[in-house]
Design a protein around this ligand. Structure first.
Ligand SMILES: *[C@@H]1O[C@H](CO)[C@@H](O)[C@H](O)[C@H]1NC(C)=O
Ligand SMILES: *[C@@H]1O[C@H](CO)[C@@H](O)[C@H](O)[C@H]1NC(C)=O
Ligand SMILES: [Zn+2]
Length: 451
């Protein structure tokens, strides 16, 4: 009797100590707001389909996937998030590309007005939470005016680095979780490189390593958040994949970031990126062991980067003290199948959808194996269906070679490694030789026993 009371008492204390306080946060990305949408000038925000412009005019109202987001699409996403508000919603990650790329040539004044309008929607929606914005390549550069808009969400020390270079860190008083928001534009290849931006890019490296070292000393866990993360863009055919085989970051920045992630994988509880307009993930390995994961959220805009997708919103469930990610629910809007009104709905829950035991680099590595092993058509079909948020789900379009490219994109964040993985499916297999030959041996034994 006594001892069972004792055990009960101990387990209650243990429960309290590890008090898995459950919290939630939204990750929204790539809104690509287009103020010209649905106006006489709306075609500026829509992709021109040659000879097909009548078609895009007819459907180019709110939900055409050749157009970026209308204001009403953004409002509907906000209304849906407000309705789904869990009481324990802690914050919102907002990873950039706020504006449609068709606005690139409009005045800075006009761009800031558009950013202001989207900011207002979010601040009305999340009146008692903080929104942590990261800058994308279609966003205005950090400035005093951008800072004024976002100072409602960012503490003063974060505002200081933000105004200077667009990166910052958030320390949470009630938890061991630190959020590190990077300005990936500083490390990306495109555009004009001035001496000043080279200096800022360098400063961001030094700052990141300092923040991570300090977090380690203070036993904090870190979320890395940015518009674009390490790794390649997926291409559907092996030939284009091997030929292109790069990503948003410059090759140097990409390898350096991978190096930092490996060195601090014990501190990094997760990486959250947007940019690809795709629902996918990346794994980082150290000496063959999966040590860190990055989850990429699909865009709010239905207009794809290279291909089309449905708009998506992602709600994470996590242990708010430690930052340990437990799951997410992916919501989406079917743009092809709705009449008149916006109907956002659940697409899937991560752990249940793929049958994952937990959200960890090891579990996601096992999932990547199943994706490569296209014999498991069930899992592979699920991956392809969610990749473009249920826009394309026909796996007959993706043969073994195509499945292999997807596997390489997920597991080879290094550009060189990705290209050789794509060129040489056999070597990708060979790198897992011990595991495979053990499986073959086991199989042989089983055949011997059963015969
Ligand atoms: C911003 O919102 C105001 C007020 O609703 C509107 O008049 C203006 O046209 C909007 N501008 C942009 C660029 O969205
Ligand atoms: C997914 O998770 C959400 C939030 O935990 C839950 O409300 C919902 O029922 C789940 N959906 C499915 C299909 O399991
Ligand atoms: Zn984008």
């Amino acid at each position: 009797m006594k001892s069972s009371n004792f055990i009960l008492c101990i387990s209650l204390i243990w429960l309290n100590l590890t008090d898995a306080k459950i919290g939630y946060f939204w990750h929204i990305t790539d809104l690509h707001y287009d103020p010209f949408h649905n106006s006489p000038e709306f075609h500026r925000g829509c992709r021109h389909n040659r000879g097909n412009s009548e078609h895009s005019h007819r459907n180019g109202r709110h939900r055409d996937h050749t157009c970026d987001s209308s204001y009403s699409l953004i409002q509907s996403a906000a209304a849906f998030m407000a309705e789904r508000h869990p009481d324990t919603l802690e914050f919102v990650l907002w990873t950039g590309d706020i504006l449609s790329s068709t606005m690139e040539h409009t005045s800075e004044e006009f761009q800031l007005e558009a950013v202001r309008n989207v900011t207002d929607v979010l601040s009305r929606t999340f009146s008692s939470q903080f929104v942590f914005p990261a800058l994308g390549h279609n966003d205005p550069s950090p400035s005093r005016r951008l800072m004024d808009m976002w100072m409602q969400w960012l503490p003063s020390d974060a505002l200081q680095t933000f105004e200077e270079s667009g990166f910052y860190t958030i320390e949470q008083s009630h938890s061991k979780l630190r959020i590190v928001v990077l300005n990936s534009v500083l490390w990306s290849g495109g555009g004009f490189r001035s001496e000043k931006s080279t200096h800022k890019a360098k400063a961001q490296w030094e700052w990141l390593e300092q923040v991570l070292s300090k977090a380690r000393r203070k036993n904090e866990m870190v979320y890395l958040v940015a518009h674009a993360g390490p790794g390649v863009e997926e291409r559907t055919t092996a030939t284009t994949a091997a030929a292109v085989g790069g990503g948003e970051l410059t090759p140097t920045a990409n390898s350096r970031l991978l190096h930092v992630i490996r060195a601090f994988s014990d501190v990094i509880a997760g990486q959250f990126y947007g940019h690809r307009h795709a629902d996918t993930f990346r794994l980082i390995y150290n000496e063959g062991r999966p040590v860190s994961w990055a989850l990429l959220a699909p865009s709010v805009t239905p207009r794809g980067a290279g291909s089309i997708s449905n708009p998506g919103l992602r709600l994470y469930k996590f242990e708010s003290i430690t930052g340990k990610v437990l799951d997410y629910t992916q919501y989406y809007l079917d743009v092809t199948n709705s009449r008149g009104e916006f109907h956002w709905t659940v697409e899937y829950n991560l752990t249940q959808y793929y049958g994952l035991r937990d959200v960890s680099a090891v579990s996601l590595d096992a999932l990547a194996e199943k994706i490569r092993n296209h014999q498991d058509r069930g899992i592979f079909a699920k991956y392809l269906s969610s990749l473009r948020v249920r826009m394309t789900s026909d796996i007959s379009d993706c043969d073994a070679a195509c499945a292999h490219v997807h596997f390489c994109a997920i597991t080879r964040a290094d550009y060189h490694e990705f290209r050789s993985c794509v060129r040489n499916p056999a070597s990708a297999l060979a790198s897992r030789a011990p595991h495979n030959s053990a499986a073959i041996l086991l199989y042989a034994i089983l055949i011997l026993i059963s015969s």
